[in-house]
Ligand binder design. Structure first.
Ligand code: NDP
Length: 249
């Protein structure tokens, strides 16, 4: 349970990557300012987080299950937080989708929106009433540089982040009068499983109905140059966690 004076921070998508690192960084805060509720959709994946959290696990860091795509899971998770009181919500969970639009089904596209857009909307709707009542709170959203600029072959992922940016920009104005802050973080490439998962998906991809020039450009030009960009510019999850900590301080 949080000590008085500690801020309750709930983070989505903490099984790996940026979410895991934000959870650990905040739980290890030298002044113990945060009581971290690290959530993940499958608690069987908790080992990496628990190991990284070390002796903060069970003290400044606790775990709860949460699937941002499920109304029921979101409600249950927030109901499990004492008095439903969350000072800082960090919407980190997200999925990528890479490839020519012709090779991606509408179902796959909906899954991206369900997670990256509606997942955030669901969380905000659930925490907002308590934050409004207390007239305080901070909502942080992990967007992407692709929430600011379209990137070829990332059409649907980019669209999901643009949608979220638009939603949050509008919400920020409404929340301001309740003293609730809404911040967006827009990282460039970060070395996480995100990149690995996307490359695995691409390896399995088939291209029926996609013209040969597009397939060749995607496989022979776009993919190698993306890998080069990741190599040259990729940040670490620690970099993004430090930035997130600054944003909430
Ligand atoms: P990871 O794939 O390492 O982490 C994504 C996390 O989201 C995982 O914990 C995953 O859980 C979780 N997640 C996915 N779907 C759901 C769901 N329905 N409910 C709850 N959790 C879910 O990637 P990153 O750490 O890189 O990504 C984190 C965020 O950063 C994303 O929003 C992404 O868009 C953003 N971002 C990433 C960049 C990058 O280059 N890596 C660049 C810019 C932004 P599970 O293990 O169960 O799949």
């Amino acid at each position: 349970m949080a000590n008085s004076g500690q801020k309750v921070v709930l983070i989505t998508g903490c099984s790996s990557g940026i979410g895991l690192r934000i959870a650990v960084t905040l739980a290890r805060d030298e002044k113990k300012r945060y009581h971290v509720i690290a959530t993940m959709r499958d608690l069987k994946k908790k080992d990496k987080l628990v190991e990284a959290a070390g002796d903060t696990y069970g003290k400044t860091l606790m775990l709860l299950p949460l699937d941002v795509c499920s109304d029921e899971s979101v409600k249950q998770c927030i109901n499990n937080v004492k008095d439903r009181h969350i000072d800082i919500l960090i919407n980190n969970a997200g999925v990528g989708l890479l490839g020519p639009v012709e090779s991606i089904s509408i179902e796959e596209m909906k899954r991206v929106f369900e997670t990256n857009f509606f997942g955030v909307v669901r969380m905000i709707k659930e925490v907002m009433p308590d934050m409004k009542k207390r007239r305080s709170g901070h909502i942080v959203v992990m967007s992407s540089v692709m929430g600011l600029q379209g990137v070829v072959f990332n059409d649907v992922y980019t669209a999901s982040k643009f949608a979220m940016e638009g939603f949050c920009e509008s919400m920020a104005v409404q929340l301001m009068k309740f003293n609730i802050r809404l911040s967006m973080i827009e990282p460039g490439p970060v070395h996480t499983e995100f990149e690995t998962k996307m490359m695995e998906d691409v390896a399995k991809m088939e291209y029926p109905g996609v013209d040969a020039d597009t397939v060749r450009y995607f496989k022979d030009v776009y993919l190698p140059s993306s890998i080069d960009i990741f190599e040259a510019m990729g940040q670490t999850p620690e970099d993004i966690a430090k930035c997130t900590k600054k944003v909430i301080e």
